[in-house]
Design a protein around this ligand. Structure first.
Ligand SMILES: *Cc1c(COP(=O)(O)O)cnc(C)c1O
Length: 377
């Protein structure tokens, strides 16, 4: 059985978790969490990096930080995870979708400007599969219209746009450490990346239930009080311990994944299969993290047949997002500006193949062979 995904495990997790249990600080912002913050702040060169219970939570914090009010509009692709939209809907925003590029499945930056109104507050590019959106154009549009850019980089840790880490280009960025992502903090977890200094102080208040407790622990105030809205956005120290073991090996994990991705790519490219299936595209401006390996079939029907066929060979594969504007709930909270030329049609053809840290070359070969069998080539 080749599963579709398996959480990354380094082998060092248990030792660090035991250390955290034996230590005196098990709640949020203990020694391992601080090490993670430091690692990210150095690696990313951001103003502040804060672990959160999930990327969803980090997105919700971002919506509070940029002060989303009822009626504000937020532009994003419809081909994304629900949390990208929900975080802003929770604060009363209307979500405005524009179409995507068919090759990368990322927001088509040339369609953003036509969707901007006097109510627009932010643009939320989603770096699908860890492949960068055209961030220069997006930042330029945002600057000209006075908008915030929140990067949903949930899948994009270790990826870059023209050498700059994804999540560090917009005003705020977010990562996910869910079990299905390249790095995990034990199944659930996320990161809030602050790139604009104006959000640094408030991010700490919001994360700690709307209090200035962090300043109190640092000794910069003599008691902590209620200073803002907020919630419980601190993960447990156990999650920090789990994640830190993976950060220490982040580069090794990245190299291994990219090697597996390249193996898939070269096997399919050099096979007669390449006339039947579309391969993923990575623009020149991006170095990606091999978060997923996806192919495109000619139709949804063909995709369903292939999923079934692979299952008989004990190979799991998976389709992905159902565009948010097509759901009943989505219809009430969102509008799609411009034509949906690619969002729906391309999402129906996309299939994700097994991709995880402990996958082997021979398993990649078996998957490609099985797909060749399906197409009789
Ligand atoms: C995984 C993912 C999320 C949510 O991450 P959680 O950590 O599970 O909350 C949000 N956006 C995108 C694009 C994702 O892939």
């Amino acid at each position: 059985m080749i599963p579709f995904t398996k959480p990354t495990v380094t082998g060092q997790e248990q030792a660090y978790i035991t250390q955290a249990i034996n230590g005196s600080h098990l709640s949020g912002d203990g020694p391992f969490t601080k090490k993670c913050h430091q690692w990210f702040e150095e690696k990313l060169g951001c103003q502040k990096a804060l672990l959160t219970p999930s990327c969803t939570a980090a997105l919700e914090m971002a919506a509070i930080l940029i002060d989303i009010q009822p009626g504000d509009e937020v532009i994003m692709p419809s081909y994304t995870f629900v949390s990208t939209a929900n975080a802003f809907v929770l604060r009363g925003a209307t979500i405005v979708f524009v179409d995507i590029h068919p090759d990368t499945m990322n927001i088509d930056e040339t369609l953003i400007e036509a969707a901007i109104t006097s109510k627009t507050k932010a643009i939320v590019p989603v770096h699908y599969a860890g492949v960068a959106c055209q961030m220069d154009t997006i930042m330029d549009i945002a600057e000209r219209h006075g908008l915030f850019v929140i990067e949903d980089a949930a899948q994009a840790m270790m990826s870059t746009f023209e050498g700059r880490p994804l999540g560090t280009i917009g005003h705020i960025g977010t990562y996910s450490f869910h079990a299905t992502k390249n790095y995990t903090s034990g199944g659930e977890g996320g990161l809030l990346i602050i790139n604009d200094e104006q959000f640094s102080v408030r991010a700490e208040f919001i994360r700690d239930k709307g209090t200035n407790r962090k300043q109190f622990f640092r000794g910069s105030v003599d008691k902590y009080t209620w200073v803002d809205i907020g919630s419980s956005f601190l993960p447990s120290e156990l999650q920090g311990a789990y994640l830190y073991s993976q950060l220490e090996l982040a580069e090794d994990i990245n190299i291994r994944r990219r090697d597996l991705w390249n193996k898939y790519y070269s096997l399919i490219k050099s096979s007669p299969l390449s006339t039947f299936v579309g391969l993923p595209e990575v623009p020149k401006y991006c170095v990606h993290n091999a978060h997923m390996f996806q192919i495109k079939l000619s139709s949804e029907t063909e995709r369903s047949k292939l999923i079934k066929y692979l299952k008989n060979f004990e190979i799991e594969s998976a389709f992905h997002y159902i565009p948010l504007h097509s759901s009943n709930f989505g219809k009430q909270k969102t509008k799609f500006v411009g034509a949906d030329i690619y969002t729906t049609s391309e999402s129906e053809k996309l299939l994700r193949l097994p991709m995880y840290d402990s996958l082997t070359h021979s398993e990649v070969s078996s998957v490609v062979k099985a797909i060749e069998g399906f197409f009789n080539v």
